[in-house]
Ligand binder design. Structure first.
Ligand code: SF4
Length: 432
């Protein structure tokens, strides 16, 4: 059964009398377990839907759905499948106590992998789940492989009952499912021979394995489970050497790089990041692979759209790892606008010094970075550190932080998105 949360105005569902709270039981005789069933089973044009209205009345709808018209039903969010592993490097285990509850949910859900690109390990998958992926053609999936050798994977996931990922991926690949893989590399566990074997196994899946990202283990000061070594510059360089070799082979034989080091890996290795062409269509940009190259491209392409801003002093807040990349970008912005850009590098007060990503800065960091900067006309902060509800990871609403500052503060993805509007009167100013 799936429950209706909302119904779109003027939709088929509204016409039928489906209301929030209605329980949808079956479609064409098939039981509904979750949103996937609803999405895929209602793709037919002729539908018989069994439902129960909020007052308990059982009802059967027989519908001929006009082609292309959606049912207009929003469902309650699904119960998320929890992770059965206990990875030492788990970021969630590295969160401090006292944050909002959803942040501690360790999801490992192939449905969210398909729907939202969340990475899943497939550790909690049953045969019926595989069958479902094949039937509904849930492709591509995003899979945390970490290692293909079974024993190494059990150690990495800290779970002796982990299924054999090669067997799982083989079934998916044979069924026409494609996937993007990621490997979080822990020095001494899945670098060296394990990494080579993993690349070989993934390569042998051919077109089914669309891309592989290599991500260095990331720890916070609260990563209490972790007993391994941290990633240092030389280990990162060694990993990139292997990545480069496989990427070169992939470009020659398949026409694209196939395997990518995350930006973080290049920054740790102190090796220049590749240009945008290396990343093709940026298959794993949401995973921090190619973000810097993409940012550079967007800045370059947007410079000609910027207004002149002579005399303005603009603060740009970022994290420690992005700091070395910023001067070249700010120089370009200065040349294009005439404004003076001030780089403000902030350490992470919530996760500690080892967490250097700009997107994990919290409200307290922004407040500290900007509190005394009365000289600034404007400040830009990383948009990635604020969620869809306008809240930082430390639960500080952005709006509260902004109100305390003496200058206007804007979340920005690529500077251009905010600066392009700077020549225009702000809404409040225009109304005055
Ligand atoms: S798979 Fe590992 S890293 Fe991912 S949520 Fe589970 S324990 Fe954490």
């Amino acid at each position: 059964m799936v429950r209706v949360k909302g119904v779109q105005d003027g939709s088929i569902a509204e016409e039928l009398g489906i209301v929030p709270g209605t329980e949808l039981l079956t479609v064409n005789g098939r039981e509904l377990v979750d949103f996937l069933d609803w999405e895929f089973l209602t793709a037919d044009d002729e539908l018989v839907i069994e439902a129960r209205l909020p007052d308990g009345e059982a009802i059967v709808y027989e519908i001929e759905r006009p082609e292309g018209e959606s049912m207009g039903v929003e469902l309650d969010p699904p119960t998320i499948r929890r992770c059965a592993n206990r990875c030492e490097f788990c970021f969630i285990e590295g969160l401090p106590k006292g944050l909002r509850k959803p942040l501690y949910v360790r999801d490992d859900d192939y449905r969210l992998s398909f729907a939202y690109g969340n990475f899943a390990t497939l550790s909690n998958m049953k045969e019926r789940d595989i069958a479902r992926i094949l039937e509904y053609r849930l492709s591509p999936l995003y899979i945390s492989v970490h290692a293909t050798p079974w024993e190494a994977r059990k150690v990495l996931l800290n779970n002796p009952r982990v299924p054999n990922i090669v067997e799982q991926l083989s079934k998916l690949a044979e069924g026409g499912i494609q996937f993007h893989g990621q490997m979080v590399v822990v020095p001494g566990l899945n670098d060296g021979d394990v990494l080579e074997q993993s690349f070989t196994d993934l390569w042998n899946f051919g077109d089914a394995c669309l891309s592989v990202a290599i991500v260095p283990v990331g720890l916070t000061q609260f990563s209490h489970l972790y007993t391994g070594k941290s990633m240092d510059r030389d280990t990162a360089r060694g990993l990139l050497a292997i990545v480069d070799r496989w990427a070169e082979r992939a470009r020659q034989e398949r026409g694209h790089s196939w395997v990518y080091g995350s930006d973080e890996l290049y920054l740790l290795a102190e090796v220049p990041l590749p240009d945008a062409e290396y990343y093709g269509d940026f298959p794993q940009i949401e995973n921090g692979v190619g973000s810097v190259a993409s940012l550079r491209t967007r800045v370059q392409e947007g410079l000609s759209t910027l207004p002149r801003l002579e005399g303005k002093k603009i603060g740009v807040v970022t994290g420690v790892s992005m700091a070395p990349m910023m001067p070249e970008l700010l120089d370009q912005l200065t040349e294009a606008t005439g404004a003076s850009f001030q780089l403000i590098v902030s350490e992470n007060s919530l996760f500690g010094k080892t967490t250097t990503t700009a997107g994990l800065l919290v409200g307290a960091d922004i407040r500290r970075a900007l509190a005394d900067r009365h000289d600034l006309d404007l400040a830009l902060i990383p948009a990635e550190c604020i969620n869809d509800n306008g809240v930082f990871l430390d639960d500080e609403p952005f709006i509260m932080v902004r109100e305390e500052m003496s200058m206007p503060v804007y979340p920005s993805y690529d500077f251009i998105d905010v600066l392009v509007h700077e020549g225009e009167p702000r809404v409040a100013e225009a109304a005055a």
